[in-house]
Design a protein around this ligand. Structure first.
Ligand SMILES: O=P(O)(O)OC[C@H]1O[C@H](O)[C@H](O)[C@@H](O)[C@@H]1O
Length: 290
């Protein structure tokens, strides 16, 4: 397909089996796939992609992309009761509708929308998920869930952000002073270290107060992660052994990625009443060379 210029800063393109939008403004460029409303590239002008995407990713229809920022919705992790429901919900393999809502020289805002009609496996409710992705000096994303039905429902969710790094051994996660940390591998609770480094398989849900988090030692500018509507973060690296069991992933790539996921997970699950909405938002900001 020849890319179609749909506005000054947005092109509609295709990569392998998937349609995508390519955004280019004076501050940054980005690639967002319509399947999953899935951003795989965010690069400030003259910089590298700050998101990790696996070299083994085939970009196939109905298969979740390994890397970027998968949207896990309307549940995170395994479904609480239905074993046959897909891990991390169904939003990441659906095609979302989009509209360009704002464009200037230095910022482009696109709104993605997914609607459920009560017939989806694991989620018998009517709802919309609306994801605003704003590409500029910072990358801002806001995911609003609205209950369109007559009964309340609970959701857990994530912006499952894969960050790129040169060497996992030097990465530091600072400011995540969780009061409760759950090790998702074995259910153990433990304190979260003040300055966290990766040295083994890590899969933690940290319940916190939603404060900013600093990601540094990545071999590129440090990142500040700001959140709204989130009092939990999932910190994940599969390390070598688990990496070899993952789809669309080369085992050694565990050294060049880590996930610090803006979530409503664990005890931070949210109840949404009829006609009400909940928004989960984050902003990723490069702050300096590290
Ligand atoms: O392989 P996926 O379904 O994309 O999940 C990848 C990972 O996502 C989260 O970080 C979970 O906490 C992990 O337990 C899971 O392994």
């Amino acid at each position: 397909m020849t890319p179609l210029q749909i506005s000054k800063t947005v092109q509609h393109d295709q990569y392998n089996e998937l349609d995508c939008l390519r955004i280019n403004n004076s501050a940054a460029c980005a690639t967002i796939f319509l399947q999953g409303a899935h951003i795989t590239e965010y690069s400030k002008t003259q910089s590298n992609n700050l998101l990790f995407v696996s070299k083994a990713e085939p970009f196939k229809a109905t298969e979740a992309i390994r890397g970027g920022i998968p949207i896990c919705w309307p549940w995170f992790g395994p479904h609480s009761t239905q074993r046959n429901a897909p891990a991390h919900g169904f939003a990441r393999t659906r095609i979302w509708q989009y509209s360009l809502v704002h464009e200037s020289d230095h910022r482009t805002d696109i709104l993605f929308k997914l609607e459920t009609d009560g017939h989806d496996i694991g989620f018998p409710y009517k709802a919309t998920a609306e994801l605003l992705i704003s590409v500029g000096e910072t990358l801002a994303m806001s995911l609003t869930t609205t209950n369109l039905g007559d009964e309340p429902f609970a959701i857990s969710q994530a912006m499952h952000s894969y960050f790129a790094c040169e060497n996992i051994a030097t990465v530091k996660v600072t400011g995540l002073t969780g009061e409760q940390v759950l090790d998702n591998r074995n259910g153990a609770c433990k304190p979260f270290p003040r300055d966290f480094s990766f040295y083994q398989e890590t899969d933690w849900t940290v319940l916190d107060k939603g404060q900013p988090i600093l990601l540094s030692g990545t071999g590129r500018p440090a990142i500040q992660l700001n959140r709204l509507g989130s009092r939990s973060v999932v910190v994940w690296n599969p390390w070598l052994e688990k990496a070899s069991t993952l789809s669309h992933f080369q085992p050694q790539e565990y050294q060049s990625m880590f996930c610090v996921e803006t979530t409503n997970a664990g005890d931070d699950t949210r109840l949404i009443k009829p006609k009400q909405a909940h928004a989960l938002a984050m902003e990723i900001q490069e702050i300096s060379a590290s």
